[in-house]
Design a protein around this ligand. Structure first.
Ligand SMILES: Nc1ncnc2c1ncn2[C@@H]1O[C@H](COP(=O)(O)OP(=O)(O)O)[C@@H](O)[C@H]1O
Ligand SMILES: [Mg+2]
Length: 270
């Protein structure tokens, strides 16, 4: 369990200070997936860097099982994969994390293969320079680099941005596999997609101008339609469909995903 207590963070710029996060208090459960949503500039990436232990709060504290966050316990996939990829080949890039944290060459090789297989990176691609990859391939390589570190806390800042539908499906199925395989795993992802938050998260944190305005299960969070719209967000399309049908006297419940809606509609038709 990650505990965020009263956390604030300011950036100093030549034009003055930017109050990116204001007294955030939240809990992020282990063995579950948490999504962070909020409009651009609401503080999502700043919160991810704090969770990764890459920056320290100005006040307040973030702990995982009582210990301060550290890059040794959490792995962050940055919003822009270019920030992360730097080695000469994709192989070296994925191997960097394990080698840098003390793995032997053989162990690092095993972890590279594990992470590359998960992210569908084939042996040809391993020899390429990461800079020759497409945007989507860079994203998958950046995720593989963090998976190879085998941290119990996995943080992904907009992991599906720039991916095609199969890439997006791959990212979220890998996330659910990791949680299945390791019950101590904590996954946090940032997204602009209400659908992805509704379908793939167990728990959602909503940021608005540096403040945490809601936290809870997807059905609870998305029941506050007006408040979400007022901070530049929305509810998932399937919930809009259910509201439109309900106004015409057809009750399909409150589906969060297409498969939920399908199941509820089929039940109604029987
Ligand atoms: N390195 C930085 N220097 C100064 N201001 C920053 C920096 N990074 C982010 N900010 C500011 O902090 C606020 C939150 O940014 P960020 O955490 O990137 O939001 P989000 O990821 O939700 O778009 C924004 O006002 C942004 O302009
Ligand atoms: Mg961001």
């Amino acid at each position: 369990m990650i505990e965020i207590k009263n956390v604030s963070y300011k950036y100093s710029t030549p034009a003055g200070s930017v109050h990116a996060l204001k007294s955030i208090t939240a809990s992020i459960p282990s063995g579950a997936v948490t999504a962070i949503i909020g409009h651009t500039g609401s503080g999502k990436s700043t919160l991810m860097e704090l969770l990764a232990g890459l920056i320290k709060p100005d006040c307040g504290a973030i702990t995982a099982d009582g210990k301060e966050m550290s890059p040794k316990t959490a792995g962050l996939v940055f919003q822009y994969p270019e920030y992360q990829l730097f080695a000469e080949t994709v192989y070296d890039d994925i191997a960097f994390g394990p080698l840098n944290s003390g793995s032997s060459k053989a162990e690092a090789d095993e972890r590279v293969k594990y992470a590359a297989t998960k992210m569908r990176i084939d042996s040809d691609m391993m020899k390429y320079s990461p800079f020759t990859l497409s945007g989507g391939q860079k994203r998958l390589a950046a995720i593989a680099g963090i998976l190879a570190m085998k941290r119990d806390i996995l943080l992904l800042d907009e992991p599906a941005a720039g991916l095609d539908p199969s890439g997006r499906q791959l990212v979220f199925s890998v996330i659910s596999e990791l949680i299945e395989e390791n019950k101590n795993m904590t996954v946090v992802f940032v997204t602009h997609s209400m659908e992805d938050a509704a379908e793939f998260a167990d728990n959602i944190l909503v940021l608005d101008s540096g403040e945490l305005i809601m936290q809870g299960a997807p059905d609870e969070v998305f029941s506050n339609k007006e408040q979400l719209i007022s901070c530049g967000l929305d509810i998932p399309e399937m919930m809009k469909l259910s509201i439109a049908l309900c106004e015409r006297g057809i009750d399909i419940g409150t589906p969060l995903s297409v498969s939920d809606a399908y199941r509820n509609i089929m039940r109604l038709l029987k």
